[in-house]
Design a protein around this ligand. Structure first.
Ligand SMILES: Nc1ncnc2c1ncn2[C@@H]1O[C@H](COP(=O)(O)OP(=O)(O)OP(=O)(O)O)[C@@H](O)[C@H]1O
Ligand SMILES: [Mg+2]
Length: 309
């Protein structure tokens, strides 16, 4: 098979511009448009962020892969947790000449009141958790057993909330007590228990597809009745660590997520800061991101016959 080239992936969507709907905001990845007072069109662009900075070069097709994965999980988990999908087609709320911009990369969702936290669940100790564990034997202040390796599954997944930082800021880990102070004890416990329940269901499914979900981040909002509702995107390589199970069984971490990009950036001396925004990623790096995301999508979301890859 020929090596794919960037051109073979087709055009990328860096920024959308819909004239028929008011723009609410552009996130790092998604463009958000208001649909009346109570709904929102979330369009996933092909923008790529790392260390909370948007890269100059987009990854063609990434927004579609993310959207398909999130929709797949919302459906799989719909009996476990209510989600923000309105059930209507995104194409139905834009003008005819805008359909191409939104098709396959959008969700028409209920506009919720976001909870001011990120609900992180970890089944392994890696990333910032590993740094802390190496120093103090804790992860987000939670004492952990001695002698863990990054490849050791935790006996029970742990819930490690973070604040939802304002634009341009980094999310910060907080203790469960701080989450209780933010949300109230009852809501904090509900967020924790729900996040662990969804992670566990997703992890068990992914295991049947040869993928280990090492950790992930959920976002929740409240609907008009105060019901806790899963929102944003879920269980994508942007918000999760996906590892190949076969490799992990051999003691190796092979990631189908953003980590190889972070490692590559770190190897060039970039670990955060605005200078990254100007960074032009080489074609091979962009293709690598696409290949890993597409492989995660294929393994997790295709019919079992199509997943062998
Ligand atoms: N149903 C919803 N109702 C209200 N807000 C939502 C809903 N779903 C997702 N969001 C918010 O929409 C934004 C999605 O855009 P994107 O993921 O690009 O943002 P981001 O760069 O991660 O920004 P942020 O730093 O605010 O999380 C997020 O701020 C997310 O919290
Ligand atoms: Mg986001």
């Amino acid at each position: 098979m020929n090596q794919p080239t960037l051109a073979s992936l087709g055009p990328a969507v860096q920024t959308t511009s819909l004239h028929s709907l008011p723009l609410i905001a552009r996130g790092k990845v998604r463009d958000l448009y208001a649909v009346g007072a109570d709904r929102m069109l979330m369009v996933a662009s092909d923008r790529l962020s790392a260390f909370d900075v948007v890269m100059k070069a987009p990854v063609p097709g990434k927004g579609r892969l993310l959207t398909e994965m999130a929709l797949f999980w919302f459906d799989l988990l719909k009996h476990t947790v209510p989600n923000h999908l309105s059930g209507e087609a995104p194409e139905s709320v834009v003008a005819a000449d805008e359909v191409a911009q939104v098709q396959g990369r959008s969700m028409l969702v209920k506009r919720l009141t976001p909870l001011p936290c990120e609900a992180v669940v970890r089944g392994y100790v890696v990333g910032s958790g590993w740094k802390e564990y190496s120093k103090s034997g804790t992860v987000c202040g939670i004492p952990m057993p001695a002698g863990l390796a990054m490849t050791t599954p935790l006996a029970q997944p742990i819930f490690t909330p973070a604040t939802k930082a304002a634009v341009g800021d980094h999310d910060e880990n907080i203790s469960f007590a701080q989450l209780e102070a933010l949300l109230g004890a009852v809501r904090a416990a509900e967020v924790r228990d729900t996040a662990i329940r969804i992670y566990t269901a997703a992890r068990d499914y992914a295991a049947t597809r040869g993928i280990v979900i090492a950790d992930t981040k959920f976002e929740f909002g409240l609907d008009e009745h105060g019901t806790l509702t899963l929102m944003d995107e879920v269980l994508t390589p942007d918000s999760s660590r996906f590892w190949l199970a076969d490799e992990l069984a051999q003691g190796r971490i092979v990631a189908l997520d953003k980590q190889p990009l972070r490692d590559w950036l770190a190897s060039t001396g970039v670990t955060g800061g605005a200078e990254q925004a100007a960074l032009d990623l080489p074609e091979s790096v962009i293709l690598g991101v696409h290949e890993r995301y597409a492989r995660a999508h294929r393994l997790l979301c295709s019919s079992p016959a199509g997943a062998a890859a």
